[in-house]
Every structure is written in C-alpha cells, then in structure tokens.
Design a protein. Structure first.
Length: 219
C-alpha cells in the first residue's frame, strides 16, 4: 500500500512494507523553497531539513493512530490562558473557529513546510465558508502559540504544529467528523437501519408517555 502527497516543495511517498514497517521517502525539488541554498556546501542543512520533515510526518502518523488527549490538556485549552503575563482566549471544542483551525492544522502539507498567516488563513476561511481576516488569523496564531499547540520557527514568520498541537487537532477533527456528526444524523441514512429503527422506537415510546400524561406542546 502506498500513498503520495504533492506540494510545491517536495514529494512524500509512504510505503507500508509487509504490514510492519513504514518507509518515508522525501524528495526536495527546490532547496530554496525550504530556505536552503542550492550549493553543495549547504547539503548538510538540506539533509537536516529533510529529517525534520520526516519527523513531523511521523508525529502526525502517531497522532492519527492514538489521538485521545488527557483531561488535564482538554481542560487547560478550554480555559483562557495566561503565560508570562500574556492572556489568550480558550480553544474550545465545538466552537466554529476552533474546529476550522483544528481541521486546517491536520493538513499534511503543514507538517512538511510549516505554515504562515497567509497560507493557514486560506485553509481556515475555506472550512469556515466565510471571510476570515488577517487580523483574526494573527489572533488565532497567538492563541495557538500561547496554548503550546504551535511553535514559531526562529527568525521567521513560519510556524509548525507541536506534538501536543497535532494530537489536539486530530482529536477535535476525528471526534466531530466520525462520532458527533454521525450521531446527530443517526435518524436518517446513511446511519445503519438498526440504529434508525431503535431511535424511532424511542421517539414513539416517549410520545406515548407525553400523550398518557396529558401534556400538550406549548403554543
């Protein structure tokens, strides 16, 4: 089994060998795209950047397999946070902007190249389905950074997701997409017929209780 992602920077290819080992191949087409000059004397820096890409991709792979977060982390990011005198807003599950941010942070390309205000803003705006300004993105980047979910690369305007950040992003996205959304639509296809029939039975029984208690809906 193999899967390939393309970006302006490099090609990543994953190969699962005999169901046991995961091999990652990184091909950097233009070294300058990741801030490295093309001369041979910069080969060491290029190799190190490639290793960083692979490490971040493996971090995402691990988070995807086991992304559950502890109650301490969940409670911490659900509260306004003060760090070194700086206060930032909570990052609450279910909040529309927080969910869009989480979805955008899950993109593999961000593990490869990092992201900037501009590149992440386009992804968040698409998930929100409405305008999302640069100042709103700046606020959210600060919020994510102070919560320890992203880190800024030294002397740049580029950010990377931290191990804690990718776990939170994947957890939020999986919980909403794979559990809550199907449960909210469990009374209609494509929910399993057994679940729809059970919910219909519950609704009918509850309706009978209301009728027998002689309760009428408010006008």
């Amino acid at each position: 089994m193999s899967a390939t992602w393309w970006s302006p920077v490099q090609q990543l290819e994953r190969n699962l060998k005999e169901g046991r080992a995961l091999r990652i191949e990184t091909v950097i087409n233009k070294p300058k795209d990741i801030g490295v000059l093309a001369r041979l004397e910069h080969l060491g820096e290029l190799v190190e950047k490639g290793r960083q890409v692979n490490n971040r991709l493996l971090m995402i792979e691990r988070a995807g397999q086991g992304c559950a977060i502890g109650s301490a982390l969940f409670e911490r990011i659900h509260q306004p946070y003060v760090w070194e005198g700086q206060r930032t807003g909570a990052f609450r599950f279910g909040d529309q902007r927080a969910m869009a941010l989480a979805g955008a942070l899950c993109l593999v390309v961000h593990a490869v190249t990092g992201f900037t205000n501009k590149s992440l803003r386009g992804q968040v705006a698409g998930l929100l389905g409405r305008d999302y300004s640069s100042s709103q993105m700046s606020y959210d980047l600060r919020r994510l950074r102070l919560h320890g979910l992203i880190a800024r690369q030294a002397a740049t305007n580029t950010y990377t997701v931290t191990p804690e950040g990718i776990r939170v992003a994947v957890f939020y996205t999986k919980l909403h997409t794979r559990l809550l959304r199907p449960l909210l639509d469990a009374d209609q296809p494509p929910a399993p017929i057994e679940l729809r029939q059970a919910l219909a039975t519950v609704e009918r029984v509850l309706g009978d209780y209301v009728t027998n208690a002689r309760l009428r809906a408010a006008v």
